[in-house]
Design a protein around this ligand. Sequence first.
Ligand code: NAD
Length: 491
Amino acid sequence: MKHYQMYIDGEWCDAADGAKLESINPATGKVWATAAVAGEAEVNRAVGAASRALKQGPWATMNATQRGKLLHKLGDLIGENAQMLGEIETIDSGKLAKETRAQTGYVSDYYYYYAGLADKIQGATLPIDKPDMHVYTKRVPIGVVAAVVPWNAQMFLTATKLGPALAAGNTVVLKASEQAPAPMFEFARLVDQAGFPPGVVNVITGYGEPCGRLLTSHPDVNRVAFTGGPETARHIVRNTAENFAVLSLELGGKSPIVIFEDADIESAVNGVIAGNFGAAGQSCVAGSRVFIQSSIREDFLALLVERAKQIRIGDPLSEDTQVGPLATQAQLDHITESVADAIREGATLLCGGVRPEGFDQGWYFTPTILDCPNQQIRTVREEMFGPVLSALSFDTEDEAIELANDSKFGLGAGIFTRDIGRAIRVSDAIHSGIIWVNTYRVISPIAPFGGFKQSGSGRESGIDTINDYTRTKTVWINTSTEPMADPFVMR
Ligand code: NAD
């Protein structure tokens, strides 16, 4: 059986107390690898190594162009190893190999994007309102970054954090998800191969308690970049009360997709399928509240159900499979209970809702569509993180906007219409960080990603993110030949 060690200070190691976790392949429900689990000693070692690398050694004196070149090299290595990384991610998380391979290949572009930005981080000379003063600002690294990621898209969610963090000159301790840590240890091998100096990137895994808590509250951690669920985020906010680390949060969602009667129906069906059954619905931007204009409701739902029933469920490693297993038994239980509650609360099950026939091992669930009479139904209010779609209807544009906004989350939203004026009006009115019009689930390193309301704070990707990994330093220089003026008066 494969065993993964942690990567701390440029070396591979097990936990001092020998702690290990077993990683389960969701397609079989069986253990396929073990990984060393970080406790207090390893968290301290990793943060210590990151602090040292920041202050002494090659990283501390490396110029921004050289940092960019290292990031570029890392991007190349990820591209060359996309097949292997994708497969490991699939075995560990159950995500389709088709998707993990493609996503991993594309992850290189995130490193290239931030490699290019590394030497474009600039300060300014200020037109100061005082005589004989030369004042300029510099953007300097924040320090040690703790990056904490969930299991569902680790290569991607790591890139959106490490790209800007390293471009800006920070050092990193990455905590891989305990649910599926293997791809991040394979990634650490590539970091090593790319030639990052020891301590610049450290990769550990462990449970929220104590590893995640100790890391995010560590006195020498200056920046926490978190992606995960809202409940965990509440812990992280409390943890950072200990170290006042600058914090960004990418959390869950309950994103609406609004289908107007003038929509291109084929496109809308594809958008809804992508938003709900892509990645088996285990996506933060899942568009799991689908609002259909009443005039096309019956026909649209019939098409949707027909398409959902044709979805090929199977081994995530097979090229043919469209929906693989859920990542954990707990997730399968959550979905099963939620669907049962929805039906009790008045929803009608149009398809799915059960373990597929012939799958007696692994954590599989059939693509599910529920016709929901109102927004109070459990599957409409709560994040499902599984292939469960809740369909509702509306009559007017205003009603659609009101329903779409009736959620504590605000991550993504989809709008399907051929009317450009309506597309702009509804985009403006929906309180979400990302709006997709006549498309869904498209991302890019160039486009900011993040949520409103309880979907988080801060943005990942895009040009501005680089500044979120720097602090501004202001330098005042007295150019006068006269002695400094009266010390008891602030000028
Ligand atoms: P999770 O919140 O359970 O875990 C995320 C990470 O936090 C894991 O590494 C976990 O070990 C760690 N953690 C747990 N408790 C901690 C603590 N007390 N202190 C510090 N770290 C702790 O999330 P999950 O179940 O792995 O992933 C699913 C969630 O992630 C969903 O809610 C999903 O919407 C969200 N997500 C959001 C985005 C986004 O970009 N907005 C992307 C992907 C996933």
